[in-house]
Design a protein. Structure first.
Lengths: 160, 264, 455
């Protein structure tokens, strides 16, 4: 089977792999590179569990072919904490009981991060819209929305 | 067979490669990668082109040309396409909108393809590597057409002339029960002088509601004025029964939503 | 969070350090950093992928199965059919002596629902397994199917499951689970009003974000480690042991981390066949449902039909309640005989009624086998009961909440199953609900107590 090279940065670190052509970014991250923080929930673009950030934009890694990411900067939830210190979103999700089974959490945090990167002080409607591609089946949406709003407030307080 | 991806710098080369059996053109991946993931073994390879023109939005003198690879997110944030932003944002969630392309949306089977409903009401022209087609002609034979869509073109409607509605069970993002787009022109006194009404989820692909269009001409957008149009709204429809809604339900609510859109 | 400590204050010590205090979840740090290890977050060299060939028919006889083309497909390592499974006919509740064994791991001679597993294909890649699965040829003779419980119970209905020989589960109590308390007909005769209503529900899919699956790794010493997202670890281990005719000490199950279950991951479906694949190939095997399989193949909550007939007095007392419940098990038992039995145990609801008659049936149809889901056997029944309570209150012109106070069970009341009520708290819950919802009721109800009779 013909292998193709892929090279991109993952959470700031250079990654280079030979993969089967046609491999999704989700499989490349999980099976080749070993970052299992993006989850495969539907492989249809419906659940959002595989959500990652590519060059600052929210993407679904299950529908993105890895070889189309050459040269890109890929961010996943596993790369958010620095030196053991949780990112403000991770801290807020933890404090707000915004996780139950945890399977949707990495995707939720990715979607929330892109929102706060562009809209530091979002309204509740902004948060709901930003998370609208991510499904939580444990019905934990309310604590998740509150966690994102809390993270935004703590970010702006720290910025002062 | 592995699902190899072949990338070509020109549409022409991609078009030649697409003649091979089992190949599918890869836009944003939200349809064809999904199908491959679900085990559609009729797909044996992905073809794409990186020709720059595919990603360009060009607007001059009210004429719009959107490259086939332009995403819903790019349309939604383009200042000169503000009247259409609402329709582009109706597609998927934020991540899907960063991936789903205008070209791909033309191929989305019911209940998907909300933006195509808007394009149908705009009476768009679809440009492929084989030439230009009116959108209605294109949609009628989109499955058998192995051409690559390169762009869509349309005239920007007059201010307030374009209306769009998507009805879903889950808010803010959900699969459509139905979607409706209209492009209306009115005389000074409010009388409708021309009308195009496009319906999504009322057949296996977006369709025009010609009887309703005809019944609107010469009428005003009042409850009485639109009543004849609503009465014939489901002329020619054959909506599907799917997990979102039954055919019966779609036909029942169509005049309700069309009425709300026209009176908005 | 707010705790209303005024209720049952004399029954509780209030010097507890843990109970009533919020504590951080121990699993959250893993969840927010993406480090929690779900079953699929493992990657073994040489791992095979299992894909299932499934029945396209609701009910059919299998004339023949031809796997020769599939076996020749590049990347295919093994193709499994019924004859490869050591103990192919099983039922999960056999562990608690609820038989008969009525379900096949891989279909043998017949399929009884659309989507039933027929042939398992193991290949180097998911894609190769999918392609090979498409090459398996199964010759079916389609049989008449039955999808409706009432149709299934008619004498001339096609028999869904020959292991039962009839389209309902035969309990030791007969064709249904029964509760008899007082004289229900005498109760109806004395009632001011009698109201009979029928309630129905459709199957409900749990749709967990993580689909059902497992990865099995052979350990090289005849032992197999099964990484699974089952909600019923030891239940699955014991059933796998029976199906594979393999002592339990050869099986090591690792799990407990589940990406959403809600009862949908208590059936023993993916693990035995994956372990068998690992055993016969000597290689790690991954069997995980696609989203489509999760929605179409995994057990939903059963469809139910509930007929409630009540006799009620103008002063609000319910004097007789007769309930007939039907649980649609689909083609196989799984947990449904238990679900229907639970329904019998749950009716007549949290109310003290002197005359009660309950029959609950577990019915077989050619639909996707149903099973556990959050309060199965109870939830749909509660919906029916509480809608019925509102209708009864309306019938006699009484406030629906006050109507419930009048009938609420309290400590010492004899329940229809002849268990005296203990530890009831319905009165207090309704008092608090009345305050929280600003739905006032007469003062006499606000001073009632679940355990101090006469108060």
């Amino acid at each position: 089977m013909a292998k193709v090279p892929v090279q991109f940065t993952l959470n700031g670190a250079e990654k280079a792999e030979f993969i089967d052509s046609g491999t999704t970014l989700l499989h490349a991250l999980r099976d080749k590179i070993g970052d299992t923080s993006p989850k495969g929930g539907c492989h249809q673009g419906t659940c959002g569990a595989c959500t990652v950030i590519i060059d600052g934009e929210l993407r679904l890694s299950c529908l993105t072919l890895a070889e189309t990411c050459n040269g890109a900067a890929v961010t996943t939830t596993s790369g958010l904490s620095e030196g053991g210190v949780l990112h403000s979103l991770q801290r807020a999700f933890l404090d707000a009981f915004a996780t139950q089974c945890g399977f949707c959490t990495p995707g939720m945090i990715m979607a929330a991060k892109v929102l706060l990167d562009h809209t530091p002080n979002p309204s509740r409607e902004d948060v709901v819209e930003a998370l609208s591609g991510n499904i939580c089946r444990c019905t934990g949406y309310e604590p998740i929305i509150q966690a994102v709003l809390t993270a935004a407030r703590s970010n702006s307080q720290n910025a002062v | 067979m592995a699902l190899a991806l072949q990338t070509f710098p020109t549409v022409e080369d991609a078009g030649a490669a697409l003649k091979a059996a089992g190949t599918r053109y890869l836009g944003g991946g939200t349809l064809v990668v999904r199908a491959a993931n679900e085990g559609d073994v009729s797909i044996s390879g992905f073809i794409r082109s990186t020709e720059p023109a595919l990603s360009i939005i060009r607007i001059s003198g009210g004429e719009v040309r959107i490259g086939a690879s332009v995403t819903m997110a790019a349309i939604a944030r383009h200042p000169d396409l503000a009247p259409l932003a609402h329709a582009a944002r109706a597609v998927g969630g934020p991540a899907i909108r960063n991936m789903a392309t205008v070209g791909g949306n033309l191929f989305a089977p019911t209940p998907y393809g909300d933006f195509t409903v808007a394009l149908l009401a705009l009476d768009a022209t679809v440009t492929t590597d084989y030439g230009e087609l009116p959108i209605e002609t294109f949609l009628a034979k989109r499955e058998s057409n192995h051409a690559i869509v390169t762009a869509v073109g349309f005239t920007l409607p007059k201010e307030g002339g374009f209306r769009f509605l998507k009805q879903s069970r889950v808010k803010p993002k959900g699969v459509a029960v139905l979607s409706i787009a209209t492009v209306l022109e009115q005389a000074q006194d409010g009388t409708v002088t021309s009308a195009r009404i496009a319906l999504g989820c009322m057949a296996d692909r977006p369709i025009r509601a010609r009887a309703a269009e005809k019944a609107l001409i010469g009428r005003k957008l009042t409850a009485d004025g639109i009543a004849p149009a609503l009465a014939v709204a489901h002329d020619g429809t054959s909506p599907p029964t799917d997990p979102i809604a039954s055919a019966w339900y779609r036909n029942e609510v169509l005049p309700v939503h069309l009425g709300r859109l026209l009176l908005a | 969070m707010e705790l209303r400590k005024s209720y049952f204050a004399d029954q509780r010590k209030d010097d507890l350090h843990e109970i009533g205090q919020p504590r951080p979840r121990s699993d959250s740090p893993g969840h927010v950093t993406g480090k929690t290890t779900y079953f699929a977050d493992r990657n073994f060299p040489g791992m095979l992928h299992l894909k299932m060939v499934r029945s396209p028919h609701h009910h059919a006889r299998i004339r023949s199965i031809d796997t020769s083309e599939a076996e020749k497909h590049p990347g295919v390592v093994k193709v499994l059919t019924a004859k490869d499974v050591p103990h192919n006919v099983y039922t999960i509740l056999i562990l608690i002596q609820i038989g008969p064994e009525d379900e096949t791991v891989l279909a043998d001679g017949k399929v009884r629902w659309k989507g039933e597993a027929v042939v398992a294909v193991l290949a180097e890649t998911e894609r190769a397994a999918q392609e090979a699965a498409a090459k398996v040829k199964v010759d079916y003779e389609v049989l008449p199917a039955v999808f409706d419980m009432e149709e299934a119970l008619k004498p001339d209905a096609p028999i869904v499951n020959e292991y039962h020989g009839r389209n309902y589960y035969l309990y030791d109590s007969g064709e249904c689970r029964k509760v008899r308390f007082g004289d229900v007909e005498a109760g109806f005769a004395t009632a001011d009003h009698v109201l009979e209503q029928t309630y129905q529900s459709s199957p409900i899919e749990h749709a967990p974000t993580e689909t059902t699956g497992c990865i099995v790794a052979p350990e090289g010493n005849d032992r197999f480690t099964c990484y699974t997202n089952t909600q019923a670890m030891f239940f699955t281990l014991d059933n796998a042991s029976i199906i594979l005719q393999m002592p339990g000490n050869k099986l090591h199950f690792v799990g407990g981390t589940v990406g959403g279950g809600f009862g949908g991951k208590v059936d023993v479906i993916v693990e035995p066949i994956a372990i068998l694949g690992a055993k016969l190939t000597g290689r790690p095997v991954c069997f995980v449902y696609s989203r489509e399989e999760e929605m179409q193949i995994s057990s939903p909550r059963a469809a139910e039909k509930v007929v409630i007939k009540d006799g009620v007095m103008n002063d609000g007392r319910i004097v007789a309640r007769k309930v007939t419940g039907y649980t649609d098990a689909g083609a196989y038992s799984r947990h449904s005989p238990y679900g229907a039995q639970k329904g019998a145990g749950h009716y007549p609801g949290p109310y003290t009624i002197p005359n009660v008659w309950i029959d609950t049936y577990c019915v077989y149809t050619n639909r996707t086998p149903s099973s556990a889901m959050r309060g199965f056997g109870v939830t749909i029944g509660d919906f029916a009961l509480e809608v019925q309570m509102d209708k009864l209150a309306r019938l006699i012109g009484m406030d629906p909440l006050e109507f419930r106070f009048i009938n609420a069970y309290r400590d010492g009341d004899m329940k229809a199953h002849r268990q005296p009520t203990e530890g009831a708290a319905l009165i207090e819950c309704m008092q608090e609900a009345s305050r929280a919802a600003n739905w006032p009721v007469a003062e006499k109800f606000m001073t009632m107590s679940s355990y101090a009779k006469g108060a």
